[in-house]
Design a protein around this ligand. Structure first.
Ligand code: 2HA
Ligand code: ZN
Length: 271
């Protein structure tokens, strides 16, 4: 019998190509120095039953927490220490596909090479598990280091969720429309730690985008391009705000009324 070749699955490869595309945007935007950032995407719905039976290419690795909402699920995950600029060129040389065990306690790598997943994998899976357990069809966790958003996180007033959300929304109408739940804040924690993961999960109760103080940003959602767009739009607002400040003036920002007028027109949640 011929071995299943995932490269023949055009839906799956389309999604992997989108991951490579977004990895390229992270790098060209200057948000992915060295191995900064990581991406995980749930591929379960794109794989056939035969593909799901592919043998593991490594021994099972314990997760340390039970993840019932993603038990039996499959993810593409960028590799630990791998650079986004190389994920963009060859996603399977710089990441792998993993299968979460049916008991939700461990995972194994099934393709293409035994590339160890990002150090943030336990925290990504905790987030996938949490958002799915809320009944949302979450498929993506995207983490990156947008320079000007991180710059704002070095200034105490911007570590208030309402304040940073209001300022960034008010720079351009698109920001209110594209990031309607605003931005959650997690005070500084060690990268890759479960404390950071748990604090982020708490913020995901009300937000789809979370700023990590002096570190970076994280977005969850159903679609990788939309997660990127949310971060890109926030980054654009941060750029406008800081450009105005560097030019020596405080940007006026849209008024409350101008922001509120967008709500019924674009059917946005009231905040
Ligand atoms: O993967 O960005 O937060 C490198 C990081 C860790
Ligand atoms: Zn990071």
């Amino acid at each position: 019998m011929e071995l299943t070749n995932l490269r023949n699955n055009s839906a799956l490869m389309g999604e992997i190509n989108r991951i490579a595309e977004v990895a390229g945007y992270l790098w060209t935007n200057g948000w992915a120095e060295r191995n900064g950032g990581n991406i995980s995407v749930n591929l379960t719905d794109l794989m056939s039953e035969e593909e799901k039976q592919l043998p593991a290419i490594c021994a099972p690795i314990q997760l340390g927490e039970v993840m019932p909402a993603v038990a039996g699920h499959f993810f593409y995950v960028t590799g630990t220490g791998k650079r986004m600029r190389y994920v963009a060129q060859d996603p399977f040389d710089n990441g792998s596909i993993i299968r979460i065990a049916e008991d939700g306690k461990s995972y194994e790598i099934i393709a293409m090479q035994p590339i160890a997943p990002t150090s943030e994998l336990p925290s990504h899976l905790l987030m996938h598990n949490y958002v799915r357990s809320q009944g949302r069809d979450n498929r993506v966790v995207l983490h990156t280091h947008p320079t000007n958003i991180i710059a704002l996180s070095h200034c105490k007033p911007f570590l208030n969720s309402n304040h940073i959300t209001r300022v960034l929304w008010s720079m351009i109408p698109e920001c209110r429309i594209i990031v309607p739940k605003g931005i959650g804040i997690v005070p500084y924690e060690i990268p890759g730690s479960m404390d950071l993961a748990r604090a982020t999960v708490k913020q995901l109760e009300e937000h789809d985008v979370v700023l990590w103080e002096k570190h970076g940003i994280l977005a969850v959602g159903e679609d990788l391009i939309e997660c990127f767009d949310a971060i890109d739009t926030l980054a654009k607002s941060a750029d406008i705000y800081l450009n105005a400040r560097m030019a020596g003036f405080e940007p006026e920002g849209m008024t409350d009324k101008q922001l509120d007028d967008l709500v019924p027109v674009f059917n946005l949640p009231v905040k």
